[in-house]
Design a protein around this ligand. Structure first.
Ligand code: FAD
Length: 551
C-alpha cells in the first residue's frame, strides 16, 4: 500500500481525488485501484485561502513501478497499515458471567468486545435508557425538574450522549479505527473515519448507542438500566459479587468498572472497599458563548458556507506567568448550546453540546484553569469535595433552582479584586454602553435560566484572577473574544476525574482482585474515544486471562 502525506487541496476544488492525483502525479495515471482517505485536516493559516491537507492510502496495480518513479518525492512511502492485535482467550475458567459497571463509552466498548467474543457480560447502568433519559433531561432543562438517577452524566451512553460528540483524541492506537468503524455501522457519519476533527452530534449519538446496545444483547449480553452497583462483595482480597440497588446480589469474579467521573457515591463506596486510588489534578472554570459568525470569520476569514465548510472551532491556551497556572479552552462546541449537567441535588454544573449540523449560531466553550491536590488536599476524595463546594456555591448564587450564575466579561473584569483590572473592566463597559453590563442582553443558551451574578463568588480567586488575565490575551487572538457583552456562565467543574484508581500491568486493581478500573472515572481517559479505547482494551486484556463461562 502506498501512503501519500501532505496533499494540499484548496477547499473550493470540486475535482475528485483520483482525477486530481493522476493530474498532479503522472506515475499514478492508470494505476489507481482504490483510494482511502486516512485523514483530512483543514489548514486556515493563510485565510481566506483555506486548504484541506490529506493523508491517503493508495492501492495501485504495480506498486514497485509506481514507487520507482515517485521515490524522490518524500511525501510518498510504502506502508503496511497497522492492524489491531488479534484477540485471544485465556484458559482460566469463569464460574459466573463478567459484570460491566456503567454504560458510558468505556463500559459500552468493554461490553461490546466481551459480547462479541462470547463472554455474555451483564451490564449494570444506574441511569435510564436513552429515550427515557432524553425525556428526563428535557424536563430538567425546560422546567428545572432534576433527577439524580437520570441526567446528563448518568444513563445509556454515559456522559458523552448529550454532547458535541467530538471524537478527537491525542491517543494513537490501531484499535481506534476499528472502534470508529463500529460507530459508523451503528449510526455515526462515515466522515468520522477520516476527518482530523470528527464529530457525531448528540442527535446521531443517541441512535448510535441504542444500536450498539441492541447488538450486545443480540450477542448474548444483558443490559440493565436503573441498576446501580451499590457495593462490592470481596473475599480474601478478590471480588465475589456485586450488590445492585442496595438489595440484589449478583455473583461474579470479574468486574469491569467504567463509572465515569461523576459517580461520587460510587467513588466513596469503592474507597470504603479499599480500591486503591489517589487524588489527581483537573481544571475548573466557566462556559463562554460567542456568535458563531465571529469565530467563523476569525478562523476562516470568510463565512464557512463560502468554503463549503462547517462551523469553525478554536483552541486557546494561556500560561499565567504570575501563578504558573495554565488556562485553556476545553470541549469547544461550534454551533451548539451550554447545557445544565448536574448529577446530584443542589449543584450547578455547566457543559456544552451540539447537534450534528452545528447550526445554533452560538459557539460555546469551557474556559478552565488547572487545579491540583496542592489546592484541595491529598486525600483521594478531596477533589470531589472541592468540586462540590463550587457547584453548591453556584447553585445558591443562582437562586437554588438550577438557574446558573452568569456575567458579561465587562462586568466580570469590573468586579476584579485587582484595581487595574477593575478599571479596565469599567472602561470596557463605558465604551460598549450600559447594556453590556447585563447578561440579560447577551447571547446565551443555558436552560432552565441564567441570572446576573458575580462569578467571583462561585470560583476560587486563583481561578478568576488567571481568567482575568487570559481573556484579553485571547482577545488578541480572536477578534471580539473578550468584548464587554460576551456572556460567561458558571461553573464548569467536571473536566476530568478528580482521582485516579490504581491498576497493575493486567489492568487489575492492586488491592481488589478481579476489579478492573477503566475509562475517565478511573483516571485513564479524557473524552469519548479514549474512554471507548480504554474500555475495549481492558476487556481484551481481561479476556486474555479468562475463558467464557461453560467453555
Ligand atoms: P461516562 O461516560 O461518565 O459513563 C459512566 C457511566 O457509568 C454513566 O452512564 C453512569 O450512569 C454509570 N455509573 C456510574 N456509577 C455507577 C454505578 N455505581 N453502577 C452502575 N452504573 C454506574 N468528550 C468528547 O470526547 N467529546 C465531546 O464532544 C464531549 N462532550 C461532552 C459534553 C458533555 C455535556 C459531557 C457531560 C461530557 C462530554 N465529553 C465529551 C466527555 C465524555 O462524555 C467523557 O469523557 C466520556 O463519556 C467518559 O466515558 P466513560 O465511559 O469513562 O464514563
Amino acid at each position: 500500500m502506498i501512503r501519500l502525506i501532505n496533499l494540499r487541496v484548496a477547499v473550493t476544488v470540486k475535482t475528485g481525488l483520483q482525477e486530481l492525483l493522476e493530474k498532479k502525479f503522472p506515475p499514478l495515471r492508470g494505476q489507481i485501484q482504490d483510494i482511502h482517505v486516512v485523514r483530512r485536516a483543514v489548514d486556515a493559516r493563510k485565510k481566506p485561502n483555506v486548504v484541506f491537507v490529506y493523508t491517503l492510502f493508495i492501492e495501485v496495480h504495480d506498486e514497485t513501478t509506481v514507487m520507482k518513479k515517485l521515490q524522490k518525492d518524500k511525501n510518498f512511502s510504502v506502508i503496511t497499515p497497522e492492524a489491531p492485535e488479534p484477540i485471544v482467550q485465556g484458559n482460566v475458567p469463569l464460574a459466573h458471567r463478567p459484570v460491566v459497571m456503567g454504560f458510558g463509552p468505556a463500559g459500552m466498548l468493554a461490553a461490546f468486545y466481551l459480547a462479541r467474543e462470547g463472554y455474555a457480560p451483564i451490564v449494570l447502568e444506574r441511569g435510564q435508557d436513552v429515550d427515557t433519559r432524553t425525556a428526563d433531561i428535557e424536563a430538567f432543562w425546560k422546567e428545572g425538574q432534576f433527577k439524580p438517577t437520570s441526567n446528563v452524566q448518568f444513563g445509556e451512553g454515559g456522559a458523552g450522549t448529550f454532547s458535541d460528540g467530538k471524537l478527537t483524541t491525542r491517543v494513537t492506537h490501531p484499535r481506534l479505527h476499528e472502534i470508529a468503524e463500529y460507530f459508523v455501522e451503528f449510526g455515526a457519519p462515515q466522515e468520522i473515519l477520516y476527518k482530523h476533527k470528527p464529530h457525531v452530534g448528540t442527535d446521531k449519538l443517541r441512535t448510535m448507542v441504542k444500536n450498539m446496545r441492541e447488538r450486545i444483547i443480540e450477542w448474548g449480553g444483558t443490559v440493565r438500566f436503573g441498576a446501580q452497583v451499590t457495593d462490592l462483595f470481596i473475599e480474601a482480597g478478590h471480588i465475589v459479587g456485586v450488590e445492585v440497588n442496595g438489595s440484589e446480589r449478583i455473583d461474579t469474579t470479574i468486574v469491569l468498572s467504567g463509572v465515569g467521573h461523576s459517580a461520587r457515591d460510587t467513588y466513596e463506596m469503592l474507597y470504603e472497599r479499599h480500591v486503591a486510588m489517589e487524588a489527581k489534578p483537573f481544571a475548573i472554570g466557566v462556559r463562554i458563548e460567542h456568535p458563531q459568525s465571529m469565530i467563523d470569520v476569525s478562523q476562516y476569514g470568510v463565512m464557512p458556507e463560502e468554503l463549503g465548510l462547517g462551523a469553525a472551532e478554536y483552541s486557546l491556551v494561556y500560561h499565567d506567568g504570575e501563578t504558573g497556572r495554565t488556562s485553556y479552552s476545553f470541549c469547544m462546541c461550534p454551533g451548539g448550546q451550554v447545557v445544565a449537567s448536574a448529577s446530584e441535588n443542589g449543584g450547578v454544573v455547566t457543559n456544552g453540546m451540539s447537534l450534528y449540523a452545528r447550526d445554533s449560531g452560538i459557539a460555546n466553550s469551557a474556559l478552565v484553569v488547572n487545579v491540583s491536590p496542592d489546592d484541595f488536599g491529598q486525600h483521594p476524595l478531596d477533589g470531589v469535595a472541592f468540586q462540590r463546594t463550587w457547584e453548591r456555591k453556584a447553585y445558591e448564587l443562582g437562586g437554588a433552582n438550577y438557574a446558573a450564575p452568569a456575567q458579561t466579561i465587562g462586568s466580570f473584569l469590573a468586579h476584579s479584586k485587582d484595581e487595574e483590572t477593575a478599571q479596565r473592566g469599567r472602561e470596557l463597559l463605558a465604551d460598549a454602553g450600559e447594556s453590556s453590563a447585563s447578561v440579560g442582553n447577551s447571547l446565551h443558551s443555558y436552560e432552565p435560566a441564567i441570572v446576573d451574578r458575580d462569578l467571583h463568588d462561585c470560583l476560587p480567586d486563583f481561578v478568576t484572577s488567571v481568567l482575568e488575565r487570559a481573556l484579553p490575551y485571547w482577545g488578541r487572538r480572536i477578534h471580539g473574544f473578550d468584548n464587554a457583552d460576551i456572556c460567561m456562565t458558571g461553573v464548569e467543574t467536571r473536566t476530568s476525574a478528580p482521582l485516579r484508581m490504581g491498576r497493575d500491568t493486567n489492568r487489575v486493581s492492586p488491592t481488589v482482585g478481579g476489579f478492573y478500573p477503566m475509562g475517565e472515572g478511573a483516571g485513564y481517559a479524557g473524552g469519548i474515544m479514549s474512554a471507548a479505547l480504554d474500555g475495549a482494551e481492558t476487556a481484551i486484556i481481561c479476556m486474555a486471562k479468562y475463558k467464557p463461562v461453560g467453555k
